[in-house]
Design a protein around this ligand. Structure first.
Ligand SMILES: [Zn+2]
Ligand SMILES: [Zn+2]
Length: 128
């Protein structure tokens, strides 16, 4: 699934979209996993910028900042160490962007409507 909101094309691989994900959001599994622990260990929702092609990760919506890579075998969120693509994490929607305060970083021309995921979506640019 392509990111709903992206901040730019990826400067690392050139072809991917740097989409905004929100991690640490509630899900039934996530809540169950934490129910036996002190609730104070839970981190608040946090944002990540991830390239949907090469999985480079930025911790802030600024592609000039240093990027890092998750372990390709067992990719985990660098902030909370939960699975990078787990239940507690998703591509950010409009509400999530507001929560993170990252709305201004989004390039609106790269938005993908959530209602139509993957209908042959391709940016095409630079790919011919
Ligand atoms: Zn990339
Ligand atoms: Zn996380």
């Amino acid at each position: 699934m392509p990111p709903h909101h992206s901040i730019d094309f990826c400067p690392v691989c050139g072809g991917g979209l740097c989409g905004v994900r929100i991690c640490g959001v509630d899900s039934p599994d996530h809540l169950a996993a934490y129910s036996e622990q002190d609730s104070s260990v839970r981190l608040p929702p946090h944002g990540l910028v991830i390239c949907d092609e090469c999985e480079a990760i930025w911790l802030e919506p600024d592609l000039q900042s240093d990027h890092l890579y998750a372990d390709p075998i067992d990719s985990r969120c660098p902030i909370c160490s939960e699975s990078l693509w787990g239940e507690q994490s998703r591509w950010a929607d409009e509400k999530d962007l507001k929560l993170l305060g990252w709305s201004d970083a989004i390039d609106r021309s790269l938005d993908v409507p959530a209602e139509k995921p993957d209908q042959g979506y391709r940016t095409g640019e630079g790919m011919a």
